[in-house]
Ligand binder design. Structure first.
Ligand SMILES: Cc1ncc(COP(=O)(O)O)c(C=O)c1O
Length: 394
């Protein structure tokens, strides 16, 4: 949980600015807020960092997924290609906007593979929900070429790879629209919060209006604003934006330290012949927040992850996890939803109960992810290497 390692006076100062004006709402109240605009400031700095025209802050990463789809015009009956390995939020967002998730295989980048994507494209495919999983990037060049070839919208879910880049351009700046999460477990945290970024003026207009009941956000009289579309409420509060802003100003420090600590540990792991690493299309752009290793068999990976966790490391074995890999998504396979959704009315669905993903199964069953801390000392890094010896030297 990197961002949480760095809570300090900066976060307190930003929050106190807001509490002192009493304006917890991100819009309007121009006089009372005395020039304090945390969400707006965070948006400007986040867009500048990514080299894009627009950023809109929202209440969570899941909200950002939903906003991305709506703003990009994805809706009832559209097919959206999603990975088998992802936190489930982007898949739920596809279901909840009335569209159809179509799962495709991943590769050793741990993200959607170009071959996997091409294998499931149909005339109804509208978008690719590309999730840059556990800290780093997919094969962006190839996937962008597929989007161009088939005229597909590219959504980059960069919730797990903020600060990463590909060919020196930030992850998230390649898509038509991209989403981020600032929940408690992310590279920076606002407690809860999220963002979308885009270079497309039309998509941006839909993003900020849709996530606030259609408000045009012009003028200082909320009740009198135009409402070009129906929407919903995914607004971020000024308090969350304040924490997120302070955290975001630490991003360079976070990425630099994560990368340095990861390098020490990854270099050490290279001595174990049974260990191989996640493929990185651009290693220099890795956010450094996770070390992802493969073991030769599923049994060995499960043992290693279990023993690393017992030794006090933050190590994950995703194959058995209920939220990050399709294998355990019984609710999806049984199509259990709170109320009927588009899925239950369309006949062009994958058979979620029986569809097989042998490539993904092989990759995820042998994967162990070890989370990297920002503030590890040399002594702690040495201690972790000793733990690697104990677990992998058997
Ligand atoms: C890839 C990805 N997308 C979206 C989300 C959803 O973010 P949030 O928890 O802020 O709703 C997460 C959260 O873990 C995530 O990992």
């Amino acid at each position: 949980m990197p961002g949480t390692e760095l809570f300090g006076k900066e976060e307190r100062k930003e929050v106190m600015d807001v509490l002192e004006t009493g304006v917890l709402f991100r819009y309007n109240n121009d006089e009372a807020r005395k020039g304090i605009w945390k969400a707006k400031t965070f948006e400007k700095e986040f867009a500048d960092f990514h080299g894009v025209k627009h950023c809109h802050m929202v209440s969570s990463g899941t909200a950002a997924d939903n906003v991305s789809l709506a703003a990009a015009g994805i809706g009832a009956g559209d097919e959206v290609i999603v990975p088998t390995f992802t936190f489930i939020a982007p898949v739920e967002a596809v279901v909840n906007c009335g569209a159809i998730p179509v799962f495709a295989e991943i590769d050793k980048t741990l993200c959607l593979s170009p071959e996997g994507i091409e294998a499931v494209i149909t005339p109804k495919t509208k978008a690719i929900m590309l999730v840059h999983m556990v800290g780093a990037m997919a094969k962006l060049d190839e996937i962008i070429a597929i989007c161009k070839k088939y005229n597909l919208v590219l959504i980059e879910d960069t919730a797990q790879a903020l600060g990463g880049s590909y060919k020196r351009k930030p992850l998230g700046s390649y898509g038509d629209i991209s989403c981020y999460s600032f929940d408690f477990f992310k590279i920076i945290t606002a407690g809860e919060g999220g963002a979308v970024i885009t270079n497309n003026d039309e998509i941006y207009e839909k993003a900020h209006t849709w996530s606030d009941h259609g408000h045009s956000h012009i003028g200082n009289n909320r009740g009198a604003e135009e409402h070009p579309i129906l929407g919903t409420n995914y607004r971020i509060s000024e308090l969350h934006a304040a924490v997120g802003l302070a955290q975001f100003r630490k991003i360079d420090f976070i990425i630099e330290n994560q990368r340095a600590n990861k390098k020490v540990l990854k270099d050490y792991l290279k001595k174990f012949s049974q260990v191989t690493f996640r493929e990185l299309p651009d290693e220099a752009g890795d956010s450094g927040t996770v070390i992802n290793i493969f073991l030769p068999t599923a049994e060995e990976a499960e043992r290693v992850a279990g023993e690393m966790a017992e030794a006090g490391l933050n190590a994950a074995y995703w194959y058995n996890n209920n939220y990050h890999y399709i294998k355990n998504w019984e609710h999806l396979k049984e199509m259990k939803t709170a109320a009927p959704v588009g899925l239950q009315f369309f006949d062009n669905l994958q058979d979620y109960k029986t569809v097989k993903f042998p490539v993904s199964d092989d990759i995820i069953s042998r994967l162990v992810s070890i989370y990297v801390k920002i503030m590890w000392t040399d002594e702690e890094l040495k201690d972790i290497c000793d733990k690697f010896d104990q677990v992998l030297g058997k």
